[in-house]
Ligand binder design. Structure first.
Ligand code: FAD
Ligand code: DHB
Length: 387
């Protein structure tokens, strides 16, 4: 088998890249370790920046998103029960779209015409600095695909980044001493907009997927097991971290999903090794607080698609040569913002009285400064470093 591009991973990054390439006439196959149902069963991000919305349009996969997605004009920040609304529309004239990663994935799977090979095991990448090829096993048989380029869109634990010789990559990492316990529930959201809440007991987030489905998170220790949390325990803890009026308004019900996600900041540089390009979580991780993970994956593959199309259609290597430096500049800005939001809103075991006062001062500064609010709004809705 031969294809111009092999994409490893059918998460949002791989599926979006595959779609942009197929629309441009570039022949790209996707190989994915799990089944399509498994991929669709993962409950992850929920907020799309305008750039990601525009990319769904470009992918011709946005019909349902525009019909069902919810446009949000702001978020609510709460600190020990005191609330302040950040009004994106009024501050900077921008909005975000609440539309789940599961739905983005489903829509991209739906429009894809080219081949996706699911349940491909033992994926291995070969000759990355020569003429590359990829092997995998399916139904007990080993297959080989020759190609010009490989796109590693296989997430943090994938094989692509691990195939790069260690000395060719520099990694930067911060692991946080906590995770997020998330619950999905078929009840209307507690508020029209998302609420990010700092509380002495820990961070809490009230998010949503639709007018009838909500997503809530509470900060828990990093080694916490979701099974240790009954629904009642979760709702009690969430209520304790919200201001009294919000806690009172919360509509609870049986959870339809409950899981713990660890929090980590991570970047690998550079994002190209020979004919392999890394994109999305394969290259970087942000803590979820700024809602950047999915959006960064989308902006990476937008740049990578343009670079590969330029290579195949215009026969110019300028785009693929510039890819890593171009996307890293945006990645580090999102890393900074996600780290900052995380630091402001969570409780840290090592933070003493001084640190808590600093967090409070940061919140008070935000609440009182239009400039600080504009900065938050600009970063949350997506810093644009290229168009
Ligand atoms: P992924 O979605 O991880 O997709 C990678 C794909 O590659 C997967 O389908 C995987 O099965 C496949 N794969 C892996 N290894 C191989 C292999 N060896 N061979 C073939 N295929 C392979 N972001 C937010 O903004 N908000 C959130 O609330 C949020 N919650 C999250 C919760 C969890 C548990 C995780 C892990 C991430 C969360 N994120 C969140 C981050 C966001 O979901 C990711 O940034 C986004 O999924 C990145 O997309 P991706 O396509 O790069 O990677
Ligand atoms: C969601 C997740 C986030 O990390 C975030 O910042 C906002 C919303 C969500 O899953 O809905």
């Amino acid at each position: 088998m031969r294809h111009q591009v092999v994409i490893v991973g059918a998460g949002p990054a791989g599926l979006m890249l595959g779609r942009l390439l197929e629309l441009a006439g570039v022949d790209a196959v996707i190989i994915e370790r799990k089944s399509a149902d498994y991929v669709l069963g993962r409950i992850r991000a929920g907020v799309l920046e305008q750039g990601s919305v525009a990319l769904m349009d470009r992918a011709q996969a946005s019909q349902r998103m525009h019909a069902e997605g919810l446009i949000h004009h702001g978020i609510e920040l709460s600190f020990d029960g005191d609330s302040h609304r950040i009004d994106f529309s009024e501050l900077i004239g921008r909005q975000v779209m609440v539309y789940g990663q599961t739905e983005v994935t489903r829509d991209l799977m739906g429009v894809r015409e080219a081949t996706t090979i699911y349940e491909a095991e033992d994926v291995a990448l070969h000759d990355l600095d020569g003429r590359p090829w990829v092997t995998y096993t399916k139904d007990g048989q080993t297959h080989r695909i020759d190609c010009d380029f490989i796109a590693g869109c296989d997430g943090y634990h994938g094989v692509a980044r691990q195939s790069v010789p260690q000395q060719a990559l520099t990694t930067f990492e911060r692991v946080y001493p906590f995770g997020w316990l998330g619950v999905l529930v078929d009840r209307p959201p507690v508020a029209d907009e998302l609420i990010y809440a700092h509380h002495q007991r820990g961070f809490a987030l009230c998010s949503q997927r639709s007018h009838s489905r909500s997503r809530y998170y509470v900060q828990v220790p990093a080694d916490e097991q979701a099974s240790a949390w009954s629904d009642d325990r979760f709702w009690d803890e969430l209520r304790a971290r919200l201001d009294p009026a919000t806690a009172e308004a919360l509509q609870t019900g049986p959870s339809i999903e409950k899981s713990v996600a660890p929090l980590r900041s991570f970047v690998a540089e550079p994002l190209r090794f020979g004919s392999l390009f890394l994109a999305g979580d394969a290259a970087h991780i942000v803590p979820p607080t700024g809602a950047k993970g999915l959006n960064l994956a989308m902006s990476d593959v937008a740049a990578l698609a343009d670079a590969l199309i330029e290579n195949f259609v215009e026969k110019s290597a300028a785009g693929i040569d510039a890819y890593s430096a171009k996307v890293l500049s945006r990645i580090w800005k999102a890393e900074r913002f996600s780290w900052w939001m995380t630091t402001l809103l969570h409780t840290f075991p090592e933070t003493g009285a001084f640190g808590r006062r600093i967090q409070r001062a940061e919140f008070d500064y935000l609440a009182g400064s239009r400039v600080a609010q504009q900065s938050l709004a600009e970063n949350y809705t997506g810093v644009v470093t290229w168009e």
